[in-house]
Design a protein around this ligand. Sequence first.
Ligand code: ZN
Length: 288
Amino acid sequence: MQHDPQTCQASQTTAPVGGGQWTWWAWCLWLPACVGFAALLAWASLEIGRHFSPLLVFPLLIGLVLGASLVALMRLGQMGHRPTAWLAVLLSVAAVVVGQHYFGYRSALARIKREDPIVRRARQVFGDLVQGDLAPGPRNLADYLQQRAAQGRTLRTVFGTCTARGPWAWSSWAIDGLLVLLPAVVMMGFALRRPFCGRCGSWYATRRRGRLPSEAARRLAEELQLPAENVTGGAWYRLICCNQGCTPTGFSLSCKKPVAAHSPEIVWLDDRRRDRVIKILDQSRGPQ
Ligand SMILES: [Zn+2]
């Protein structure tokens, strides 16, 4: 996903364009780290799900945790290659969905192994009576899923409890997967709207923000050639730039509420204009 060049009328400075470059480390280290985290989340969600798993809400919560974690990993690792970030979302969601079933399968095998000596002893005592009641263990993951679908999945809804069998069980798993995917895609989509500095290879982050008194807001509006009447009651500001402070620097001034770091209302400043804006911000704090 590439950012379209945007030109700020006030400063004629273009917004940072594009994302980071494709790198080996992102594929060999960052991507496996994301998938590894997703596998860990699959295991944790299976354990938590044994005690607490409200229908539809639980997969959405898992998707939120996954999305937030992937965005945090992307920022921490300063991974700016957007296609790699999307690939990480897809692979991680797949790892969560398949991982949950896989860990369920492993735990079913472990249970059978645990119960096996007890069943064998019961067979010695009761003979064929026990043999008839024994269910064969799953041969592999696909076999385990088919067995679970045939047994049926109990769904507890506000309207009562029902059992989804066969294709309905498969459909309910598919819906769970989509509910994990949805929040992760939305969160990554928002995170990738933030600009990335290709020069020093870092995501733009908020360096300063806060509320300005009306005088400072008026001076800034004048500096940025924005309508001054909007900021007579003071304004919120946000200053964003990359780790090394390469230009352009993003700045927003809003009379209503703070503007998000990826908002199109951000105006882009060159070195000279940035220094003047910072000077006004410093002066608004009081005498230096
Ligand atoms: Zn930079």
